[in-house]
Design a protein around this ligand. Structure first.
Ligand SMILES: Nc1ncnc2c1ncn2[C@@H]1O[C@H](COP(=O)(O)OP(=O)(O)OP(=O)(O)O)[C@@H](O)[C@H]1O
Length: 516
């Protein structure tokens, strides 16, 4: 039965007029949210809009300065974490991973162990673990398997089952699809629907508006700490939701025209590294944006690292501007004009205790120190321009990066890389966790870099992003390039079919079998 046919369900959870200040910042400025039983309620907003803060208030991590929280109509001024658990509210976080050394049953029952008198009942726990995984997900994982051996999707399944053990009434998913590739996302969406049909109230936070549209019965839009709208995402276009989020037209997400490609910049021939990848042929010309994708373990990540002097290859050849290149360290790569935007940028990409301005300018300083004051001022202007363009939300350029929301920390890392002029950009998942308004700006910046003569190689699991940006997309499967698509030849389904191995991985036959 569709949501439209079901009678309105009772409101389980309500947050009313929540205010939360951090010093001068009003992270929440009277935000409200009402979630019904048996429904999926989306929560969207620009980076820094206050989503995480609202969830932390709900989790009892932050105490609100004003407002109230109602569960089944009973008001509370604030929660503490234990009370939240008692009330049956549980959270699935993208980043809070389970310890890799735990077995499946240990991970599920940690802190909520099955006991036989004073003893741990390991057998009952294992049986129960198998039953729950089978019941909810039709998944058979050996109970003795280690968390670290599981795929990211399986680890997430464990997190969900762990939350379900206590029979929650409200389940909050905080950007759950970020670590997943598309086939896994489909599965996650099915699971969430099933939980909804079992009567749970679900809060779903995501920057992917397609997911919100496919999944949610209602969606609340947060802007500057306030709920500015609550709409039915099936009756409201993603463009309109985006406009409500950022309060302006987002415009075209992808740059319209590709620049004419110039001379070959990066040429890779027969590259291989142990069991990670082999026989890689790849070319990026100046002015070109080239895509790379593959499931976890496909070798695509290792390839990108090798091109930056991390994890050097053991066979094959790399040329840059026609010269052979044997990179052994990232320092060499930087000296050659290669820049890598790492996926783990919150840990590797920014200095959390430096200011926004320091982060953005420091990386670009060497380039200008030869020229003295004037250039440095120009550099500063450029970086401040980037802060403005990417709409990095902070108390000011002097604010420490640690105080920024997750998405804004990502933007600082990106600004830093854009400020540094390089000839070859290697971008690993450039738009993960970034709101839709800033995504459009990032795509425009990538287009500009190419037009100025740089080459860009993007590794991404966001297939629409690759299709929108790239002239050519390489799909990796089990360490090889299994297919190469020209712009306009591919769609998400074709890319996914090759990435998952559903289509034979003979490069030419896949290539030739595509009509048009
Ligand atoms: N501990 C803190 N100290 C100071 N400021 C904070 C703190 N936590 C959050 N803020 C500020 O509160 C505002 C809201 O941040 P929040 O993390 O809730 O945003 P968000 O909507 O979750 O963003 P994102 O999409 O980037 O995750 C931001 O301006 C942020 O800088």
């Amino acid at each position: 039965m569709s949501a439209a046919e079901t009678p309105p369900q009772a409101v389980v959870l309500e947050l009313r007029g929540i205010v939360k200040r951090f010093g001068a910042t009003r992270a929440l400025d009277g935000a409200s949210l009402r979630v019904r039983r048996g429904s999926v309620h989306g929560l969207v907003g620009e980076n820094g809009a206050g989503k995480s803060t609202l969830i932390k208030v709900l989790a009892g991590i932050h105490r609100p300065d004003a407002g109230s929280l109602l569960v089944d109509g009973r008001a509370h001024a604030h929660f503490d974490p234990r009370q939240v658990e008692r009330l049956g509210i549980r959270f699935i976080h993208q980043e809070r991973l389970l310890p890799a050394g735990f077995t499946v049953d240990e991970a599920l029952f940690f802190g909520q162990e099955r006991r036989l008198g004073p003893w741990l009942d390991r057998r009952a726990q294992r049986r129960e673990a198998e039953r729950l995984l089978e019941h909810w997900f039709g998944l058979r994982l050996p109970a003795g398997a280690l968390v670290g051996e599981l795929s990211s999707a399986e680890q997430q399944v464990l997190q969900i089952v762990r939350a379900l053990i206590v029979k929650p009434r409200v389940l909050v998913f905080d950007e759950p699809s970020v670590a997943l590739v598309r086939s896994e996302v489909e599965r996650l969406l099915c699971i969430v629907r099933r939980l909804r049909d079992e009567g749970l109230a679900i809060v779903y936070i995501s920057h992917y508006l397609q997911e919100i549209e496919a999944l949610c019965d209602r969606v609340t839009v947060l802007r500057n700490g306030r709920d500015v709208a609550e709409v039915d995402p099936r009756a409201t276009s993603p463009e309109r939701i985006a406009r409500l989020m950022v309060n302006r037209e987002v415009g075209e997400l992808y740059p319209k025209s590709a620049p004419a490609p110039g001379a070959p910049l990066l040429e890779v021939r027969g590259l291989g590294r142990g069991r990670a990848y082999r026989d890689i042929d790849l070319r990026v010309r100046r002015g070109e944006v080239v895509g790379l994708t593959g499931l976890v373990g496909s070798g695509a990540k290792e390839l990108l690292k090798s091109l930056f002097g991390l994890a050097p290859p053991d066979t094959g050849e790399v040329r840059l501007d026609g010269r052979p290149l044997a990179l052994r360290t990232p320092r060499q790569a930087v000296a050659e004009g290669i820049a890598l935007l790492p996926e783990e940028r919150r840990r590797q990409g920014v200095a959390l205790d430096l200011s926004v301005q320091e982060n953005v300018t420091l990386a670009a300083l060497p380039r200008f120190s030869r020229f003295g004051l004037l250039s440095r001022r120009a550099e500063r202007r450029e970086t401040l321009g980037l802060i403005e363009r990417l709409r990095i939300k902070s108390a000011g350029p002097q604010a420490t990066v640690r105080q920024l929301s997750g998405g804004n920390q990502q933007k600082v890392a990106l600004a830093k890389w854009f400020a540094r002029r390089s000839s070859l950009y290697l971008l690993d998942e450039p738009s993960v966790g970034i709101d839709i308004g800033a995504k459009a700006e990032i795509y425009r910046l990538i287009g500009e870099l190419a037009r100025e003569g740089a080459g860009v190689l993007i590794l991404s699991s966001d297939l629409p992003e690759l299709l929108g940006l790239c002239e050519r997309i390489h799909v990796m499967h089990r360490g090889r390039i299994a297919a190469r698509f020209e712009a306009g030849e591919a769609d998400s389904d074709k890319l996914l079919a090759v990435a998952t191995g559903a289509v034979a991985q003979q490069e030419t036959s896949v290539h030739e079998s595509i009509p048009g």
